[in-house]
Design a protein around this ligand. Structure first.
Ligand code: SF4
Ligand code: SF4
Length: 240
């Protein structure tokens, strides 16, 4: 018995795939699947989060629709993955909001911009909005550097705490036994795989995309990720 219809469908698909195993070289999902005979909810959430939705196993599958087995692994794992984000969200009382995160984020963003604008208008005066200021310190005329660092540093710390707590919830559910037995080694391997995007190589043939199998997507993912990392490092050094 599974918690949702998507999890029940994911278990059915993993049982079919575990008998077939044609896709075992494509990504991290299938080798992890092959280590299991049964699929409790926590393991299905884990497998869904190993999938990056490339679609290769759908294109390759001889049991995809219109076959009666109706195997569509990317679609079902995407649904399970989206549900898992809400399931493991922290604080737990915000799970309901997480399910409607598009509308909630839009409202919070609009409210934040309004509140910040009114607060700056009151604190700095209309001149801050309708005049030009040049020279040293002009950038911080409306909001001082320390206020900015304190405010957004706090938001960053809260985001890190929420991610860490969500990871803890996920580990509990997925069963962290093998991780504990490995004394942290699986975390190192996972970090290395993520840093190298090992599983975006499509099993060696190249990352699967609309244009066929090339490594463009992997290449641009790397540029984006390491670009953000360098930006973060530069901002941190400048702040210090
Ligand atoms: S997705 Fe299809 S081809 Fe691939 S392992 Fe599953 S059943 Fe086999
Ligand atoms: S969609 Fe891609 S990443 Fe997801 S299970 Fe299929 S081959 Fe693996």
């Amino acid at each position: 018995m599974h918690a949702t219809d998507a999890l029940s469908e994911a278990r059915r698909l993993m049982t079919v795939c575990n008998s077939c195993r044609y896709c075992e070289g494509l990504c991290a999902v299938f080798p992890a699947m092959e280590m299991r005979r049964t699929f409790p909810d926590g393991d299905l959430n884990y497998l869904a989060n190993l999938c990056h939705g490339c679609g290769a196993c759908y294109i390759d599958c001889q049991f995809a629709p219109p076959h009666e087995f109706n195997v569509n692994v990317p679609k079902v794992l995407a649904q399970v993955r989206a549900d898992s984000y809400a399931e493991y969200a922290w604080p737990g009382m915000f799970r309901g909001l997480f399910r409607r995160n598009g509308a909630v984020l839009a409202l919070i963003a609009a409210a934040s911009v309004t509140i910040f604008t009114i607060a700056f208008f009151i604190a700095a005066g209309p001149g801050a909005f309708f005049s030009t200021r040049m020279g040293s310190g002009a950038f911080y005329w409306i909001m001082s550097h320390n206020t900015m660092a304190f405010l957004f540093g706090g938001v960053f710390a809260l985001a890190c705490a929420a991610l860490a707590m969500a990871q803890r919830n996920f580990n509990r559910d997925a069963g962290s036994g093998p991780v504990e037995q490995g004394a942290g080694r699986p975390y190192l391997e996972a970090t290395e795989d993520a840093a190298r995007l090992s599983y975006l190589d499509g099993g060696g043939a190249g990352c699967y995309g609309a244009e066929g199998q090339q490594d463009n997507r992997r290449f641009f993912h790397h540029l984006t990720f390491y670009g953000f990392l360098l930006c973060f490092a530069s901002t941190s050094v400048a702040t210090l």
